[in-house]
Structures are given as C-alpha cells and as structure tokens.
Design a protein around this ligand. Structure first.
Ligand code: SF4
Length: 566
C-alpha cells in the first residue's frame, strides 16, 4: 500500500527543485542516497549533493534520494503502512541495488535505524537476505568511528569518497557473485571497510583486547583522501527554497585546516590541508552565479585561502554577493569585511572557543584577548550585527575562572563597542554560541574524558546568569544530554550498537535504552583513556600516526597542568 498523500508531497518537493536528476532505470545500477535527517537538513549538506551528482554522472547508474520523513509524514508512513520510497521515482527502497547513507553527525545514527525499519529492511546486516540491497555508509561521522554502526551496515567507505566511488562501482559492475564474495572484493579497495571480516575481542575490564582480521584483510584500513583536489570541483548543483542556504550556491574552497587546534576533527581527519586553485574557484563561482546571486564559500579554513580577497572581489565584480561561514580572528581585515558589507551581509561569526588565553593555549588556538577585541571591533565598525562567537565548555583543565572569562571577554567587547558607537542608534548583538566539548576520535584529545553532564549544566548556568542583565548579549547552547549521547556514539565500540537497537525499539527513549542495556555508557563517555589503550577506531589509518597525536596530547596536558601516567 502506498499513501497517495506521501507521493503527492514528494512531487511537490520535486516541483520546487532545480537540478534534480531523473533517469530511466533499465539495466542501470540503482542507488538510493539517504540522508538520515530531514530533507531541509540533508539538502543543506554540500557533501550529500556532491555524491548525488557524482553518482548520476555515470551513465549506467541511477541515483535517487531519500530522507528522514518530517514528523507528520512519519505518522502517515506508519498509519498507511507505506514502505519508505525514494523522492525521484517513488520506488521502494528495497528495490534498489545499493542503499548509501551519508552520515555527518552521530546524533543521526538512530535515524538510520528508523529509515531501515520504514523501508522494511531488516536492521541487522546478518539478518538481511542475499537478494536485498547492500547497505553502505560514508560521511565524516562514519570515518571518524563507524564501530557503533557495524551491526547495521554491510560496508563503509572511510574518508573522502570521490575516487573510491569509482572503484566500488567497478566492482558492482563486474560482479555476478553472491553477497559474501562481493564484499570480499570490495574489501580490497582502499578505504572500504567490511566489519564482518574484523573481529573484536574484549579484555576483562571491558576495554578492547585485540582486533583480529580474516585472512587477506588489511589490518589497517586507510581512509581515502583526494591528493589533487582540483580534480573534483565541488559546488551546489541542486537548488530548492527549502534549505538552510536558500538563494545561495555553495562552493567548496579547501579541505582540512593547517592550524592544528587539538580538539578539531575537521583538521585532523581531513589532513593534509588542500586549497583549490583560484582559476577553478573563479570558474565554479561564475557557473554558480548563473543559478543564484549569492555564493557561500565553504571549507574549515576559508580564512587560510591565500586568494580569498581576489576571489571575493571577482564574485562582486560579476554582480554576485558572497558569504563566508566563519572567519579566523586574525584574518579579519577591512578589505575583506568591505566585501561582506557590499554583499549585504548582516552578521559574521568568529570562533575563539575558550574565554581565557590560558585555555586557548591548551587548545592551541592562541589568540590574545586583544586580537579578539580588535577583530570584533572591525566587524562592528563595518555595521555587521549580530556577531556570533563560538565557545566550548567542558574543556580539559577548565575552571570556573575560565568559564567566567567568556563573560568578561564578552563584556569587554560590549564595553568597547558601546564606546566606539556612542552616537549610533542602531543596536548590535553578540550571540554566544556555547557548546559542550565532545572529545573526538583521531584528534589529540581522543584520550580526554567528556565533562560530567551536571558540571556542564552548572557552567552553562554561570554563563546564562552572567549575561542576563546585558542587553547586547545573547546566548544559545546545545543541551548537555545530547552532547553526552554524541560522546557515546562517537567514542563507542561495536557493543554500543545494542544501545542503538534498544533506543530504536523504545522509539527514541534513550533513558530507557540506557537503563535496560547491560552496558555502562559512562565507561565510554567519562573515562580518561590510558595512553596504551586500543581505541575502537584504531584499525583506521586516519593519516596521522597515533604516536604523533599522543605527543600533542601530552604537550596539551602539560600546558594544562594535568599529570598523565606514562
Ligand atoms: S578549529 Fe578552526 S582554525 Fe582550528 S584547526 Fe579547526 S578549522 Fe582550523
């Protein structure tokens, strides 16, 4: 049975899109690319769009999309017992050859189970029959640590997928074999990880003892990365009014970041830092301007792009407007801000991360307070407001003094702005975006514990109370309980799959799932890891040796005054 209402809704969504690819299926490899969150969130993701475009560029491939239905559609799917279908042709997901999940955030893991369930596909790969679609996962959350998802996927592509996709398709094209043989051949591709060929044994204390591999399987799976980044121009190709980036085309400028802040996964897993050439970016921007009048330049290290100003000026000279996601404090210059102002930008964002110079040094984000004040002064003088300022709480060695330093820095900014704008009537706002720090795999802080939820709440309260009387300051923050789950899912091993299953069977009630599973989630979240501990993700070669990360960690802990037994 298929709900007419849901089919109609898909058609309405498609009518509003530009760039949709619709192909006849005959004789092609059919792939459903799935984003495990809403259409709005998925369509705002440039990586998701890139894979869609990449797969459909192959003549013998048809790639369609599916998303987590909005709450009212989810009810309709359940009420009418409609199996989940794709957006483009409304074909049920079980009729595709391959279901490819693009996973950017750990907090979307549970949605993957919801989607498989809606598609009537057994959740666990061992229970799926040989004829059904293969289920593959990729995306940054997966290549940091796919282990909590192992039970649900047949294989993963770890790292940047652009080149690996070609090789995976080649295997699928030639394959007449059964699922087991196909997976063995796929496992021979660099970056492909087939969990069933790896066995994890646990020691008596619950930590990982050994990771054994089947004969012929690599002990370390190398994550893929693109050495010649210009080979894969990346810009928005699909346009809809229903995204975060409405009326904007995104162009990816660079990957990785040369700065090496010790908490930052974007820096370490996308290592090495790579810039695209100016000529390519100019031509991508020209193409993108035919679609939308505003170009959003994206990349973790936009400010490190050596030709950023000429690129912005080129866009403006073509009557386009430009948006930059976030600016490095020491890269805020009047000519760059002038480009943003001419583009009609209202606000801007910076990321000091910690309130005190001491703590910023531990993070290796070594801005002086005066540099931050100067940067914000330049932004405000140019009329930009609101200014969003990102901070983390729960950082290693953080004291209440460090938390209060966020307040005093913000108040100094407020004071400075008030004195320079004494005669101006227009108000301005500083938005403190404060998030609990989650130590991520493959970074120097992978050994660090997550801060107790109660402590995080207390620190957030200090900040909330501290800004209450300040009319130009506002604060937004993530809930510590969601950050706790993010820490569990990003740092967990295969056993955490059981918690996901329990959370799924209790319709997302995590508290009940955690209560009834015989696993102690705190073991994954709150424990400082020993220096010699085998991490669940240690079988991945993320591109930077563990010894190097360890050195950075020890340097950071020394600066933080935390003694680590060696
Ligand atoms: S936090 Fe920003 S500046 Fe630091 S490494 Fe990450 S992307 Fe680079």
């Amino acid at each position: 049975m298929t709900s007419w209402k849901l089919v109609q809704k898909s058609k309405t969504i498609l009518e509003k899109e530009r760039g949709t690819v619709q192909k006849p299926w005959g004789g092609k490899i059919s792939i459903c690319l799935i984003y495990p969150n809403s259409y709005h969130v998925g369509m705002s993701n440039l990586g998701f769009q890139t894979v869609y475009q990449r797969l459909n560029s192959e003549d013998d491939v048809v790639c369609e999309r599916a998303f987590l239905p909005d709450p009212e559609d989810l009810l309709e799917y359940r009420k009418t017992k409609t199996p989940l279908f794709s957006l483009e042709s409304q074909k049920v997901l079980s009729s595709f050859d391959l279901l490819a999940f693009s996973v950017s955030f750990e907090n979307d893991f549970l949605n993957i189970l919801t989607l498989l369930d809606l598609a009537r596909i057994p959740l666990e790969s061992r229970l799926r029959n040989k004829k059904g679609p293969l289920v593959v996962g990729g995306g940054v959350a997966v290549f940091l640590n796919p282990e909590p998802l192992c039970d649900f996927f047949d294989f993963f592509i770890l790292g940047e997928a652009e080149e690996a996709i070609e090789e995976v398709l080649d295997v699928c094209r030639q394959s007449e074999k059964g699922k087991e043989d196909l997976l063995r051949t796929l496992a021979g591709i660099e970056g492909v990880y087939v969990p069933e060929f790896y066995r994890v044994a646990y020691a008596g204390d619950g930590r990982i003892g050994t990771i054994e591999t089947d004969p012929g399987m690599p002990r370390k799976v190398k994550r893929r990365w693109i050495s010649k980044i210009d080979r894969f121009p990346t810009r928005s190709n699909l346009f809809t009014p229903d995204t975060e980036f409405r009326e904007m085309a995104l162009v990816e400028v660079n990957r990785g970041c040369p700065r090496g802040c010790r908490f930052c996964a974007a820096c370490f897993v996308y290592h090495p830092f790579r810039n695209r050439s100016l000529s390519l970016l100019e031509s991508l921007s020209r193409e993108a301007l035919l679609e939308e009048g505003r170009i959003g330049l994206v990349g973790a290290a936009i400010s490190d792009y050596p030709h950023l100003l000429p690129l912005c000026e080129e866009i403006l000279s073509r009557e386009g407007r430009v948006t930059l996601a976030s600016l490095r404090v020491d890269a805020i210059t009047p000519p760059l801000i002038e480009c943003l102002r001419r583009s009609g930008a209202r606000g801007a964002a910076i990321a000091p991360e910690a309130g005190s110079e001491r703590l910023r040094k531990v993070l290796k984000k070594v801005y002086k307070d005066d540099e931050i004040l100067k940067a914000i002064g330049t932004l405000v003088e140019s009329g930009l407001s609101p200014i969003k300022s990102y901070f983390l709480v729960g950082l290693p060695s953080e004291t209440d003094e460090d938390v209060k330093a966020i307040l005093s820095l913000s108040k100094r900014i407020e004071h400075q702005v008030a004195s320079t704008r004494a005669n101006e009537k227009k108000t301005w706002k500083l938005i403190l975006s404060v998030n609990p720090f989650v130590p991520k795999p493959a970074t120097p802080f992978q050994w660090v514990p997550f801060e107790e939820v109660g402590e995080l709440k207390r620190k957030l309260k200090i900040l909330r109370n501290g800004i209450r009387a300040e009319k130009n300051l506002r604060m937004i923050h993530d809930l510590p309980k969601w950050a706790y789950l993010q820490a569990l899912l990003s740092r967990g091993d295969r056993r955490v799959g059981k918690i996901l299953m329990a959370a799924h069977s209790h319709q997302g009630n995590w508290e009940q799932a955690l209560r009834e599973t015989d696993l102690n989630a705190d073991f994954y979240v709150y424990r400082r890891r020993d220096l010699d501990e085998v991490f669940p993700w240690d079988f991945i070669d993320h591109g930077i040796p563990k010894e190097k990360l360890k050195e950075e960690y020890l340097d950071a802990m020394k600066e933080a005054g935390i003694k680590i037994e060696q």
